[in-house]
Ligand binder design. Sequence first.
Ligand code: IPM
Ligand code: SF4
Length: 464
Amino acid sequence: MLKTLYDKLWDSHVVRADADGTTVLYIDRHLVHEVTSPQAFEGLREAGRPLWRTAANLAVADHNVPTTDRRQGIADPTSRLQVETLDGNARSFGLTYFNMNDKRQGIVHVIGPEQGATLPGMTVVCGDSHTSTHGAFGCLAHGIGTSEVEHVLATQTLLAKKSKSMLVQVDGQLPAGVTAKDVVLAVIGKIGTAGGTGYAIEFAGSTIRALSMEGRMTVCNMAIEAGARAGMVAVDQTTIDYVKGRPFAPSGPHWEQAVAYWRTLHTDPGAKFDLVVTLDAAQIRPQVTWGTSPEMVTTIDGRVPDPDQEKDPVKRDAMEKALVYMGLKPNTAIADIRIDKVFIGSCTNSRIEDLRAAAAVVRGHYRASNVKLAMVVPGSGLVKEQAEREGLDQVFKAAGFEWREPGCSMCLAMNADRLEPGERCASTSNRNFEGRQGQGSRTHLVSPAMAAAAGIAGHFVDVR
Ligand SMILES: CC(C)[C@H](C(=O)O)[C@@H](O)C(=O)O
Ligand code: SF4
């Protein structure tokens, strides 16, 4: 039988399947962060249950960590409690843990791949929706809830039902200045935030093949914003080259064995998907969201839509509400929208290539006078170190951009980094929901180059 990549990943992890499709799936890698794990550890403690396979877990604190001087500790008591609770749980359960002052610390979805803890062919779960990121490696990776975190810790398995399969086929060469972020925003613009509901998406085509692993991670990261729980990309030489030599990756004879298996992790030619969506890369332009959902997106040469032109009453209502919240008038040119702050970071766009792309834009320029704050938050301590080796921190600082410590930061404002009510931000993150970057915050999702350019110009500009 011809199989999709998803079929292969699924079939190789079935422990037991019931007639109604309910399946016990084996989980290879469990990533843990401080927000969704406390009750899970508490549950284990109360039941006196040990971890099933301690080495399958990797824990890190990311959402609540400060991005400024860490020697001061964490000022906010709730944030401090969450991080200290993870410190304690990691210690008492014996998990591999990168604490706040470890240079390997960073956003869970950045450090998994960086360490080689995410490997092709794995099932990867974490109590976090953006676990879809890891699908870039030819993994079945998705978020789980806190009760499932406990289940995985205790049994190394998960109860799951198979999704339908969707192929998102992107072909052709991306125009200069158009990035993986623009590809995935264009996909979401096309299929909508509910378009992927009930599906696992495989991203394929010559455009995806040509992306680096970092670009593929950006695309899979936002599969969840298209409604799909999982996104994935087939394994190829790019995948294997990225993984080689990473601390958790296999080595010696195991390496060759693993690579031989990994090379089978692609959809068989002719295998059928439940749904196929195609995009022409040549038509994709730099994307900017204008509303409060990632599907409310247009291009840099576009305009804020006019609800009066929308025939669907439900969509019209949502549009009107979004425009009020965002403080935008219909038909405003995107390039005329002035911003107050810039955020370059998050598990979508905080890797070294993202920082290089942003630095290339700001080099030799200075932050616009109306931009009160522009911050660059590397995805991990190792990304930060690499960027500093390349002098990118100096480029950013010279341009009036702040250079911070790694973590989720202003992606969701659980730590001290947030927008003030009404402030407008060019952000490289993945969610532009109401209040996402602080109460009353207004978020426009863009690529790193676009965010950097907006910081210099003071409004959105076309990086092409
Ligand atoms: C805090 C966590 C549960 C949440 C998620 O699941 O995605 C966060 O990472 C987010 O991006 O909103
Ligand atoms: S960076 Fe943002 S999206 Fe990613 S895990 Fe952290 S809060 Fe969630």
